[in-house]
Design a protein around this ligand. Structure first.
Ligand code: FES
Length: 160
């Protein structure tokens, strides 16, 4: 069996094969593969018995649709209205400043990619972001700097 097909099968076994399990499965594939290929989407659709267009639509909505390899940590900042009104731009600026990349870019060491996404469902705790599939809420520029520092530290420790 193709390793991607096997991964998708395992994720579907783990999360279930209902429509509402689509998101964790997409996240699982992106986490392992660092991007979501057309092949993966078709495999997910087949495994969950969903139309490929639905998988594609969900992936697009959450900006999981990356055709290029992403960094080890993929940061997705919510760009939808509540987060925007609650200071998403300051959060974004703090991240860009710290990692020296802009939205859509990956750090030269391949550790971090920065993206924007639609509402993550945490509007009551806006602004919110995902780092891989970890959710961070009630963000402030200080809080986001602390979060990134902990990832940078983890990264350094792994290199030793
Ligand atoms: S608007 Fe950002 S989490 Fe809903």
């Amino acid at each position: 069996m193709n390793p991607v097909s096997e991964l998708i099968k395992n994720l579907a076994d783990q999360h279930g094969r209902n429509r509402h399990n689509l998101l964790p499965i997409l996240q699982g594939v992106v986490e392992q593969e660092k991007y979501l290929s057309e092949f993966s989407m078709i495999e997910i659709a087949r495994e969950l018995d969903l139309p490929a267009s639905e998988v594609f639509g969900t992936a697009t909505f959450y900006s999981f649709l990356e055709y290029k390899k992403m960094g080890k940590y993929i940061i997705r900042i919510c760009k939808t209205i509540t987060c925007s009104m609650k200071g998403k731009n300051q959060i974004l600026m703090a991240i860009e400043d710290m990692l020296k990349i802009h939205v859509g870019e990956t750090t030269p060491d391949g550790n971090f990619s920065l993206l924007q996404t639609n509402c993550l469902g945490f509007c009551h705790k806006a602004p919110a972001m995902l780092v891989n599939n970890e959710v961070y809420t009630d963000l402030t520029p200080e809080k986001v700097r602390e979060i990134l520092s902990s990832y940078l530290k983890k990264q350094k420790e792994e290199m030793v």
